[in-house]
Design a binder for this molecule. Structure first.
Ligand code: SAM
Ligand code: SF4
Length: 397
């Protein structure tokens, strides 16, 4: 999951750019070294009609300059903050759309600039259409230890509707290529609620995913995001969301994945024991993180900022020693608290009772409705509650 959009939740985690003032002032105070880095690589070989992440069609004449800009931005962050990285997450877009030698230059640059002795998890998002044995071996050699593979569906007809650059057998080959390169922590992204997708098709997608035994599965309900082709087609009546059907598919997802040994540690995320994403858990629990690259958010202390989205403008700014920050916002304690509630409610650990001490009545109502339960000093969604997570979160905000 990227840090620039928040799928499957109606909760707005970071205010949109319009809510920010332009440009940051002085360096915000961090309470300790920054432990989490997010790097946004916006290139995609094809643009999928449902996707609202910041991305652009791959232009090979721009990528080398872009990689230079990312490393220059990293230099600036290293000068401004003490960084002792525990997790690095390369998201997109499609980081694997870069060539093997560009990835070598880029990741090698991270090795040169950062002390990676405390690094626990380095994730790269990969599209099955751009995985090769050579690329996989290089990523492994450069200490990437987690791959998030965007399979979306194992049905070729649905993959075609989704405008994907790969078919199901290519996706399966990519998975094996990654395993052969000794990746022992692989996530597979799949989506339900797709146009024309039957219950049987989704069940088959879950079962085929389980057969591959990935360590982690992200199962997202398709959202019709504004400014996407799918959203336009939905507003013209050509595509229809079906919330009742989606709720049934979500129920089925929880049952099938739990029976197969995957723990649902967040509404859309399931992992075999010991394989939940360290990076995502840190962000959901409100830890500071730095975002590098176009459109990336950073949050340090009470300050949040977002880089310019346009990758050419981002690179122009960074390479001419100007700030790439497009907007910045001072967070209040109340905003941080609301965000913590919204994000932690979606997790298996739940919300600490301390965050909710003035909301006794609301809690009691949800407990009596069977949507919340108490566990280890926290309030956690019950199975019935997980289907209504967004509505429960809204009641607390
Ligand atoms: C940032 S995308 C990057 C993955 C990679 N570029 C790819 O497509 O294979 C991360 C994941 O978000 C999910 N996603 C993207 N758009 C979505 C939408 N509109 N609704 C639900 N999930 C979505 C997909 O499962 C995708 O794999
Ligand atoms: S390849 Fe991934 S990031 Fe690119 S448009 Fe498709 S879903 Fe979005």
């Amino acid at each position: 999951m990227s840090n620039s959009a928040n799928h499957n939740s109606s909760v707005v985690v970071a205010a949109g750019p319009a809510a920010f003032s332009s440009n940051a002032g002085h360096t915000p105070a961090a309470t300790g070294p920054i432990r989490h880095l997010y790097v946004h690589i916006p290139f995609c070989a094809r643009i999928c009609p449902y996707c609202a992440f910041y991305k652009d069609l791959l232009d090979r004449s721009q990528t080398a300059r872009f990689c230079e800009a990312i490393l220059r931005d990293l230099d600036k962050q290293c000068a401004a903050f003490a960084i002792s990285a525990k997790t690095i997450y390369f998201g997109g877009g499609t980081p694997t759309a870069l060539t093997t030698s560009q990835l070598e230059f880029l990741l090698g640059g991270f090795h040169q600039r950062l002390d990676l002795s405390t690094l626990e998890e380095w994730t790269i998002e990969a599209n099955p259409g751009s995985v090769s044995a050579r690329k996989a071996a290089l990523l492994r050699k450069l200490k990437v230890n987690r791959i998030s593979l965007g399979v979306q569906s194992w049905d070729d007809r649905l993959l075609n509707i989704l405008g994907r650059e790969h078919n199901a057998s290519q996706a399966e080959r990519s998975f094996h290529t990654l395993r052969d390169a000794e990746f022992r922590n692989i996530n597979i992204d799949i989506m339900f609620g797709l146009p024309g997708q039957s219950t049987e098709q989704w069940k088959a997608t879950l079962e085929r995913t389980i057969t591959l035994q990935p360590e982690h599965i992200s199962a997202y309900c398709l959202t019709y995001e504004e400014d996407t082709e799918f959203f336009l087609r939905q507003s013209r009546g050509e595509l229809k969301a079906n919330p009742d059907c989606d709720a049934g598919l979500f129920e089925m997802t929880m049952s099938i994945l739990e029976a197969a040994g995957y723990q649902q540690y967040e509404i859309s995320n399931y992992a075999r024991p010991g394989f939940s994403s360290v990076h995502n858990r840190a962000c959901w629990s409100g830890k500071d993180y730095l975002g590098i690259g176009p459109s990336a958010f950073s949050t340090v202390g009470m300050r949040r900022w977002q880089n310019l989205a346009d990758y050419r403008a981002y690179a122009d700014r960074v390479l001419s020693r100007q700030s790439p920050i497009g907007s910045t916002e001072n967070l209040t304690s109340e905003m941080k608290r609301a965000e913590r509630i919204a994000l932690s409610l979606r997790t298996g650990e739940g919300i600490s009772s301390a965050l909710l001490n003035d909301r006794q009545q609301t809690i009691e109502e949800f407990v009596s409705l069977g949507l919340l339960r108490q566990s280890n000093g926290c309030f956690v969604l019950t199975r019935a509650g997980r289907s209504l997570a967004d509505s429960v979160a809204e009641a607390f905000l």
